[in-house]
Write a protein that binds this ligand. Sequence first.
Ligand code: FES
Length: 184
Amino acid sequence: MSSHDEHPEKPDLKPPSRKEMSRRQFLTYTLGGATAFMGAGALLPMIRFAVDPILHKKGAGDFIKVAEESKITDEPQEFTFELKQQDGWYASTATLTAWIRKNEQGEIYALSPICKHLGCTVGWNNNKATPDEFHCPCHGARYTKEGLNLAVAPKPLDQYKTKIENGWVYLGDIVPNTEAAKEA
Ligand code: FES
């Protein structure tokens, strides 16, 4: 009997060769990678959709059409306008007020009505004892028509950023007053 016939039906119990393992691994990695790629492709738009409103705070920096340029005189006039804001998922509309006039050089500026003492709302020419001034009814702060603080309040009224385009006055963010210094 030859040595070949001693174990005729013995199954091949050799461990898988290096080549077979790597082929299996290759398939596993390839399928895993493809699944991850397809999953990421489906998930990324959803993640972007979820995160986008948080990254973009809308409302700040925009200019809003408020008044016709031809209606502005040297007497301060009150205009109200709406500012749509988007903060994350929270959408809101704020109603704002501005006192707009033209100075002696014909330049248009807009003052915020928020008193710089404790935040009440000022009015123009609303106190008989001190005509042609902004007056705050809460504690009696007074301001000139340029917003310069005359009594009680520690600072001038703030201004809105202003631009004129195609005959319209547009207002933007609230900034510190520059108009009072011109007239001082
Ligand atoms: S809040 Fe205007 S005077 Fe006090």
